[in-house]
Ligand binder design. Structure first.
Ligand code: MG
Length: 381
């Protein structure tokens, strides 16, 4: 049975409150969905999410779609999903970079092959170690009082007890005050980390990190721009709290260089940024071999993208910092007919074949970006 059709959709889905990062405030989240359909009608789906067009990642949603349509799909059509590793190997040889596009198609291939076999996708990714994963919530309303209320509600509902604060925007001293006030309100039982998203210079980081550490913050994520590896190395050496590499750690070669030169002492994984499930596993193995604690990061994917990450992270032995697979909880609507289950501060790994998510195609078409795409049911190859 070969793959006869590929469709790529860009969808903008409203979220429940503005989500403020240093470079962009999300009000609608943009995802790219890939559907691969076999001759018998069985289909596999992949998803990657992007943040703020070109403001977070070099690959925009439009670029992801064009790359898949014009360069990756011709290497997939007419092939069998069972040959997904060969297909991805060919793609790696012939397509440089473009990791978000590769992640979307590899996920769709794995979803399709796992469905053929009637297996959960984690069985193709090394096997499941964890039945569920702890999930941090990101406080990013930009308002201290609102953030405290949001965190207290999440604690009461036993949804989250790890909180990450996005603090790269605005006055750094005010941001540190904001973080410490929240940490104090939430108490010792609650773990609080911060993500600067590359916004500080080294001097600012040197002033702020000791205050954060003294206030009980356990980790600071990518405080300096990704190019400033020397600065990140000095901060890692001088800081008592963990300095996590995120935006600077994309390819497995980035991760190796960061591990070797201590450009951070922990690593945030993300399926799209590494280029797919198997490249993410390699990144995790490099970090593990260097003794770097791991964090299961997110691009704020919807149900499917979050399930893809959950299946990958469930196969990784230790995620010391937990995960931030909260994406679907922030969305106002789903493009799937089933939801992920969150209970007792954790996300349950879906058990159904593939990544365990059934896509609602009417919803996909409803949120698909342009009218022409909606009419035609996606861009057909
Ligand atoms: Mg980050």
């Amino acid at each position: 049975m070969t793959i006869k059709q590929g469709n790529v959709y860009i969808a903008d889905i409203p979220i429940s409150r503005p989500h403020q990062l240093s470079m962009h405030t999300i009000t609608k989240q943009t995802i790219v969905l890939v559907k691969l359909t076999e001759e018998d009608g069985l289909s596999g789906w992949g998803e990657v999410a992007t943040i703020g067009g070109a403001s977070y990642e070099e690959m925009t949603p439009e670029a992801i779609k064009v790359t898949i349509d014009h360069y990756l799909m011709p290497m997939i059509l007419g092939k069998k999903a069972a040959d997904y590793a060969c297909i991805m190997n060919d793609i790696q040889k012939h397509v440089k970079g473009n990791r978000f596009a590769k992640a979307a198609v590899e996920s769709a291939l794995i979803d399709l092959f796992a469905k053929q076999k009637g297996l959960p996708a984690y069985e193709l990714l090394g096997g499941k170690i964890h039945d569920s994963l702890p999930v941090a919530w990101t406080l990013a309303s930009g308002d201290t009082k609102k953030d405290i209320e949001e965190a207290q509600e999440a604690l009461q509902q036993r949804k989250h007890r790890i909180f990450k604060l996005k603090i790269g925007k605005g006055d750094p001293n005010e941001n540190v005050r904001h973080v410490l006030e929240i940490k104090k309100a939430l108490g010792d039982e609650v773990r609080v980390t911060v993500d600067v998203n590359q916004s500080w210079d080294e001097q600012t980081a040197n002033q702020c990190i000791p205050k954060l550490q003294a206030g009980g913050i356990v980790m600071v994520e990518q405080p300096l721009p990704e190019w400033n590896e020397e600065g990140m190395r000095r901060l890692t050496a001088s800081s008592a709290l963990s300095v996590m590499a995120d935006e600077g750690a994309r390819s497995i070669h980035d991760v190796f260089r960061i591990a070797k030169h201590h450009v951070g002492d922990s690593l945030s994984l993300k399926i799209p940024k590494h280029g797919g499930p198997h490249e993410t596993k390699k990144a995790a193995a490099i970090a593990e071999s260097a003794g770097m604690p791991l964090y299961g990061g997110t691009m704020i994917e919807s149900t499917l993208g979050t399930a893809i990450a959950a299946h990958v992270y469930a196969t990784i032995p230790d995620m010391i910092f937990g995960t931030e697979l909260f994406g679907p909880l922030l969305y106002q609507d789903m493009v799937s007919t089933n939801a992920l289950i969150y209970e007792n501060y954790e996300l349950i790994i879906p058990e159904r074949p593939g990544f365990g998510i059934t896509i609602d195609e009417d919803k996909v078409l409803y949120y698909a970006r342009d009218h022409e795409t909606r009419q035609k049911g996606g861009n057909m190859i």
